[in-house]
Structure formats: structure tokens, C-alpha cells
Design a protein around this ligand. Structure first.
Ligand SMILES: Cc1ncc(COP(=O)(O)O)c(C=O)c1O
Length: 399
């Protein structure tokens, strides 16, 4: 009998080899208590959080917490049902209204996660005779959306405008086409050249979907994302986003101006065949989204933090994923997984948590220490973070 687990033997071996060097398991960290958006207790030690997606620091906002508590008291702990049956409460509708206000768009659909929003919209919109044209470094949820549907998949080189144009030109002019892009690519924290890419896609008759998971709340004058900053909001057909990053809770969404958008509520399987978000979650999301509309000062402070960290790490001699700070993510490139794990542990021992990212999530087989900044990080914390990186980098021999 074949052991179905045997396909994981290489991975199990790799993990055992890593732990045999005596490093702590980088994927088994427990946050024992969380004190604020930027500080938690880990291994009994007060730790600065530099590896959350809590860009705007909304998780402890008093209005957000209050809205969640009130909804919990008034509507109970869960909906126990699908959005199309018993799972749409007043709060889900209100959350969709908040998204329409935030993006200035006609339609909004709230999913249970951002992963499901990509899964649902991509698999439903692109059918058998259609083409999906996507950046090769797209998030797993985009690839899984492609796998769930049955369209033809065409990938192009990361952020390469010419490669996108070439691929589009090779496709039958009359075929349905969906170009899938991300505003910020989450591994290196680099942004897409959306102005050029959206123009090329539209000229080729394609619809365009932009996943703004890592830019919502932060990038663009009103925090609508890279599409806003690039001035192409009106040409984007679908914006996908998540509540699990700047919004500070959990959930996903799609907004659109397409007049037929509402039909998706009936045909999108990852929307129909799953339970809706708990009332407390949509209440916290709606409150947070409305506050993010007026968070210009927080956006400015987050940019300041991001630029300072990027410059500081570069001055210390670390190799970074982008030539300048382009988003809230600063990726530090490690030579290999062992050095990455050792550095990760050295940072943690000094009271700093970052994400250790490895293939297949990362591009080009890279090992990365991904730092994500928060608008609630103080300037003192950024100074402290740089000091910890310097000491850990010297200890591990990275700088
Ligand atoms: C680009 C991108 N899209 C979608 C998602 C999925 O978001 P969620 O956490 O809401 O499932 C993520 C999460 O990491 C992401 O990075």
C-alpha cells in the first residue's frame, strides 16, 4: 500500500535537517498575549511585532472594539449560514456599504476571507473559453482561483509590461480575457506598474482585476491602493481586498462598477457554499473601513516608518528586496534557509518578530525576512528595531 504521506518526505527531511542545527522552529511561534498592534509576549518576552499585516494598527482601535462587542451582544457569535440563505445580517450589508463608500464604487461583495474572494471571483469570471493572464509571482489564492476554474492560464514575467503586452497580443482577439494583477507584491513589497499594465490590458479588450490586499488603507490619497495612486481606478473592473491586513480583522471582498456584478452572488461557489462572517467581525470591519477613509496622518506616519527602516537596514549592509521603500513591506534577503532561520531566531531572542518566508511562497527560491511596518510603530520602536537588526546581523554573520 502506498503511504499517501510519502510525497511529503522531502519536506519532512528538510525541516528535520534545519531543526537538527538547534534553531527554534520558525513556524511554530505562539503569541502568548498581545498588548497592542506592535507588541506581544512571545516565549515569555516582550516582543516588537514587525511581521504582522496590521499596517494601519486598527486591531486595538477603541471604536472598532466597541462595534465588535456591541454586535456580539446583539447578534450572537455566528450566523451559522451562507450569505444567500440565513447568513446575511444587517451588518454584512452595512459592511458592503462601507466598502462602496471607501472605494467610491457601485457594488461590493463580502467574502469570508480574501483567499475566498480571489478563489471565487477568478474561477467564476473566467470560463472554459476564456483566458486568465497573470503575473508569475501572483499570490497562492490567485493561482488557486485559476485551478478552481477552467480557463486557459497564461503567466507573464513579474512586473514586466512588455511581457504582458506580448502575451495579450498572442491571444485570439475575440476571446474573453481577465488580466490579474496585484498592487503590492507581498514577498518583496514591490508595487506593480499599474498605469501601463491597465492601459495595455484595456487596449487588448481584457477585463482587469487588481488584488490590493497589501495596499488598502495605506497607498493612494484615500488609501484605496496602488490603482488609486496610479490614477487608474476607473479602468479597473474588480478590486479584491482583505480585512486581514489594514482593516485589522478577517474577511475578504470584491468591489466593482460593473452593472451585472450582483449576479455573482448566485453563481460564485466560494461565496455561496460557505458560512458568512460572524456579526462581530463585519461590525469591526465596517467601523475600521470608515475610519481608514480619514486616516491621512496614519498613512503619512507609516510611510515615514517604512522609509526610515529601509534606509537604516540598507545603511547597515543588509540586502533588500526593493531599491527604495515602495510599500509597508521591507524584505531582507537571506542567502539560505539556515542563515534565515538563525537570523530569525537571533532577532526573536532580542525581542523582535519578523516573518521568515521561504519557497514556494517566495519568488526565485529566495529566503526572506519580511518586515511589515505598522502606523502604530513609534519612531523609538523603529530605532530599537534597527539596533536589534544590527546586533543580530553581526551575531549571525549576515553583515
Ligand atoms: C495578495 C494577497 N491576496 C489575498 C490574500 C488572502 O487574504 P486573506 O488572509 O483574507 O485570506 C493574501 C493574504 O496573505 C494576499 O497576500
Amino acid at each position: 500500500m502506498t503511504d499517501l504521506f510519502s510525497k511529503f518526505d522531502a519536506l519532512i527531511g528538510e525541516r528535520e535537517a534545519l531543526l537538527s542545527h538547534g534553531v527554534r522552529d520558525p513556524y511554530a511561534l505562539v503569541m502568548e498575549s498581545v498588548k497592542s498592534p506592535t507588541v506581544a509576549m512571545c516565549n515569555g518576552k516582550e516582543t516588537i511585532l514587525l511581521g504582522t499585516y496590521n499596517y494601519m494598527g486598527m486591531t486595538f482601535d477603541p471604536d472598532v472594539l466597541e462595534a465588535g462587542k456591541t454586535a456580539l451582544d446583539n447578534f450572537g457569535s455566528g450566523t451559522t449560514g451562507s450569505r444567500v440563505l440565513n447568513g446575511t445580517y444587517a451588518g454584512h450589508r452595512d459592511c458592503e456599504e462601507a466598502l462602496k463608500e471607501f472605494y467610491g464604487m457601485d457594488h461590493a461583495m463580502v467574502f469570508s476571507t480574501g483567499y475566498q474572494a480571489n478563489l471565487g471571483i477568478i474561477s467564476t469570471m473566467a470560463g472554459k473559453e476564456d483566458y486568465i493572464i497573470l503575473d508569475i509571482d501572483s499570490h497562492a489564492s490567485i493561482y488557486d482561483g485559476c485551478a478552481l476554474g477552467n480557463a486557459q492560464i497564461v503567466a507573464f514575467r513579474h512586473n514586466d509590461v512588455e511581457a504582458l503586452e506580448k502575451r495579450l497580443k498572442r491571444l485570439p482577439p475575440e476571446a474573453g480575457k481577465l488580466v490579474v494583477l496585484e498592487g503590492v507584491y507581498s514577498m518583496l513589497g514591490d508595487i506593480a506598474p499599474l498605469k501601463e499594465m491597465v492601459a495595455i490590458s484595456k487596449a487588448a479588450g481584457a477585463m482587469v482585476l487588481v488584488d490590493e490586499a497589501h495596499s488598502m488603507g495605506f497607498i493612494g490619497e484615500n488609501g484605496r491602493g496602488v490603482a488609486e495612486a496610479a490614477g487608474v481606478m476607473d479602468d479597473v473592473d474588480f478590486i479584491i481586498g482583505t480585512f486581514s491586513k489594514s482593516v485589522g480583522t478577517v474577511g475578504g471582498f470584491c468591489v466593482s462598477n460593473h452593472p451585472k456584478f450582483e449576479v455573482l452572488r448566485l453563481v460564485c461557489r466560494p461565496y455561496v457554499f460557505t458560512a458568512s462572517l460572524p456579526p462581530s467581525v463585519v461590525a469591526t470591519a465596517a467601523t475600521s473601513i470608515r475610519k481608514l477613509m480619514h486616516a491621512g496622518n496614519k498613512r503619512a506616519h507609516l510611510w515615514e516608518n517604512s522609509k526610515r527602516l529601509h534606509q537604516g537596514l540598507r545603511d547597515l549592509g543588509f540586502q533588500l528586496g526593493t531599491p527604495e521603500a515602495q510599500s509597508g513591506i521591507i524584505a531582507v534577503i537571506m542567502t539560505d534557509m539556515l542563515k534565515g532561520a538563525q537570523m530569525w531566531e537571533a532577532l526573536l531572542d532580542r525581542g523582535l518578530y519578523v516573518n521568515l518566508a521561504r519557497p514556494p511562497a517566495t519568488p526565485a527560491g529566495m529566503t526572506l525576512l519580511r518586515c511589515s511596518l505598522c502606523a502604530e510603530h513609534s519612531s523609538e520602536q523603529v530605532t530599537q528595531i534597527l539596533g536589534i537588526f544590527e546586533a543580530a546581523g553581526k551575531q549571525v554573520g549576515v553583515i
